[in-house]
Design a protein around this ligand. Structure first.
Ligand code: F6P
Length: 319
């Protein structure tokens, strides 16, 4: 079989591990692996290359993706999707592995409604916001990047008697913020999924400051758009010198953790296995309770991911 892989949407650490395993595993199975460069944009433009071992040598430890990625506006148009399909046909590609997030899976769902494409998705986004899987590739590395930044911010906050508001990514999902707040012991965590009530937080913090608290760490999910407001509020209500740090795109980069490399391998193996086993197409590899499985793309794109109630319960900083 001719099998191709591409990365789509926001990059995430571990993509290279998945791409490498895809190529190596396809060779082991005597299939022919192809690489699609520049995501959906590259698929439209026919940037497709038969893979060689050399293409994926020495890439495991690198963040980002050596086959690069893109968000494609053109792919919303039928004529470009047709062009993309014709490129797949030109190389006789029987199966396509797509590393991407929600938006990419929606695009693939649409693509598969128009044309008989056979694809398997690997949930890949630091946001961890894809329905049906507890884990998306890249999340562990992003959480560790955030933890590292927060540990450093604690150093300066506690030395300088300051409040810090740290904005983390996640689009509309509060997962990164919630887990980071729990694991870093932040005093405040503001996420889109929970209605927060500043006066309640204020009562608690004012009491703590009276009892000797000298610094405050607030984690704010970007999706709330509350970063500036929380900083202003902290300064006003607690009278603490307050600084804002927006972590931004550093959360997307960096050397993938061991966990993300292993997950990249496993996701890729399951994707290739599925494509080789059956023509039953358009699935997403998911990971739940320590086991891999596959679910229909329709189920993934037509349902909304929810934050785990167990994690919300651990966010006692919201009490
Ligand atoms: O989906 C990954 C992500 O990093 C989000 O957390 C963030 O909101 C978005 O992508 C940023 O997108 P861009 O790189 O296009 O600015």
């Amino acid at each position: 079989m001719a099998l191709a892989i591409m990365c789509s949407g926001g990059d995430a650490p571990g993509m290279n591990a998945a791409v490498k395993k895809f190529v190596d595993y396809a060779f082991d199975k005597k299939e022919t692996p192809y690489l699609i460069y520049d995501g959906l944009e590259g698929l439209i433009d026919g940037k497709i290359k038969k893979a060689d071992y050399k293409d994926v040598a020495g890439i495991l430890h690198r963040g980002g993706s050596v086959i690069r990625s893109s968000r494609s506006k053109r792919f919303y148009e039928y004529d470009y999707r047709k062009q993309a399909y014709e490129n797949l046909k030109k190389f006789n590609i029987d199966g396509l592995v797509v590393l991407g997030g929600d938006g990419s899976f929606r695009a693939m769902d649409r693509f598969s409604e128009d044309f008989p494409v056979n694809f398997v998705g690997i949930p890949t986004t630091i946001d961890n916001d894809i329905y049906g899987t507890e884990y998306c590739l890249g999340v562990d590395t992003a959480l560790n990047t955030i933890r590292d930044a927060l540990d450093k911010i604690y150093d300066t906050a506690s030395t300088f008697n300051r409040a810090f508001v740290v904005e983390v990514m996640g689009r509309d999902c509060g997962y990164l913020a919630a887990i980071s707040a729990i694991s870093s012991g932040a005093e405040i965590c503001i996420i889109p999924e929970v209605d927060f009530y500043l006066p309640t937080i204020e009562n608690k913090l004012v009491r703590e400051v009276e009892n000797g608290r000298r610094y405050v760490l607030a984690i704010v999910a970007e999706g709330t758009k509350m970063t500036a407001k929380v900083a202003e509020w902290l300064e006003k209500k607690l009278g603490m010198d307050t600084r804002v740090t927006i972590l931004g795109h550093i959360q997307r980069g960096g050397v993938p953790t061991t966990f993300d490399r292993m997950m990249g391998f496993e996701f890729a193996v399951h994707a290739v296995e599925h494509l080789c086993r059956t023509k039953e197409s358009n699935k997403v590899v998911v990971w739940n309770k320590g086991e891999f499985g596959l679910i229909d793309i329709d189920t993934v794109v037509n349902n909304k991911n929810q934050v785990n109630p167990h994690h919300l319960a651990m966010l006692n900083v919201l009490d």
